[in-house]
Design a protein around this ligand. Sequence first.
Ligand code: ZN
Length: 290
Amino acid sequence: MADNLVRTIAKEAGVRALLAVTTGLAAEAAGRHQTAPTATAALARALTGAALLGATLKVQQRVALKFEGSGPLWKVVTEADAYGRVRGYVARPETDLPARLDGHDVAAALGAGVLTVVKDLRIKELYESSVPLLSGEIDADLTHYLSQSEQIPSLVTVGVELDESGRVAHAGGLLLQAIPPYEETHIRQLVERLAEMPPVVSLLAAGQTPGEILDNLFGEVAYTVLEERSLTFYCNCSWERTRRALLLLGREEIEEMLVSEGQAELTCHFCHHKYHFSRADLEEILNEQS
Ligand code: ZN
């Protein structure tokens, strides 16, 4: 099944539900960053979280999630836009911890720390808000963030299943969010039903479609599908953008590159693409700086 996102609303119940299938983009990110299983699980969960939050944005807006902790993984950074384009990386892709009975130990890999959410809402200032990591499981932290910082009763659940060789077999998640004016009881019923259901990723692995999962979740509650869109791993880096970043470096750093290597190779954090700068390129940058 191709990666996609289904956005629904149950108007009378005062709730919306977004369901994301992210297997392909999570597998691509893991491949690009050569992540070990625990790091793969953390990255896949955070990419799914970004895709879900990204789908709540308006055109041209962007969201970035930064999970930073004291554990061996140190950092997971993911970004998404309103068009379903998602990218991300982990600070230490080699991180691998013994799995727990209920799955990968992303919480221990992250440790205690902070979740920072930055939104580019296309107004002058970036919106930025931080909350302490509640569990380090990614979805519980996003739930906590949405309820605390944005004051919207919400529930985020994300998950990933890896195959025997540690590759992403299935990834996906769901965001349930109240829309004012909402009825407390309706929300509670849906949250309870979701808690009784197997994890979304297990249902996807069992071959259920997003439509079937949503039908199951809403039950008797009437809902409308507002939109279905594809999700992709996409990085907007380029040689030109990398060059602009080099232009912002100090002269000494460029001179140092020229002396030590005679060239430079810069790797994009988000997609691992390598950009090469020859001696002539670096000399031209120095000229432009002066
Ligand atoms: Zn890139």
